[in-house]
Design a protein around this ligand. Structure first.
Ligand code: FES
Length: 130
């Protein structure tokens, strides 16, 4: 179980909820009364885009640098993002092509996700994408 904090979605929707790892972010939001706009629910339209921040860190005994020079952050959860989601995010200008390639290469998620495609891996702070 992990904490998911929703912030900035409107009156009464700022809240911290407990979610299961592996659950879909959009489902967690809706089940807890947080309204995220949707249209396709299939990663194609971009209407459910949200900003996310990983707020937990993976426990590590390693005392050396946590971020490799080429950008892989050991404290981030491994998250596979489907090409469909990455393409939609690039097309809508939410992320760059380079960020999409990096997300694929290091299996780490981007700072903007589609709530209908975002599987929760660790604690998250979720804000509207504006
Ligand atoms: S609802 Fe269309 S991309 Fe999520």
């Amino acid at each position: 179980m992990v904490n998911v904090i929703f912030c900035g979605f409107g009156d009464g929707m700022d809240k911290r909820v407990v979610a299961k790892q592996g659950d879909l972010l959009l489902r967690v939001a809706l089940n807890n009364g947080v309204i995220i706009p949707t249209e396709c629910k299939d990663g194609m339209c971009g209407s459910c885009a949200v900003r996310i921040e990983e707020i937990g860190t993976i426990p590590s005994n390693n005392t050396t640098s946590d971020i490799d020079p080429d950008g892989w952050d050991k404290n981030k959860y491994t998250t596979y993002m489907e090409e469909k989601e990455l393409n939609t995010l690039v097309e809508m200008g939410a992320i760059s092509k380079l960020e999409a390639e990096s997300a694929q290469q290091y299996t780490q998620q981007t700072a903007v996700r589609l709530a209908c495609q975002c599987i929760i891996k660790g604690p998250l702070l979720v804000k509207p994408f504006e």
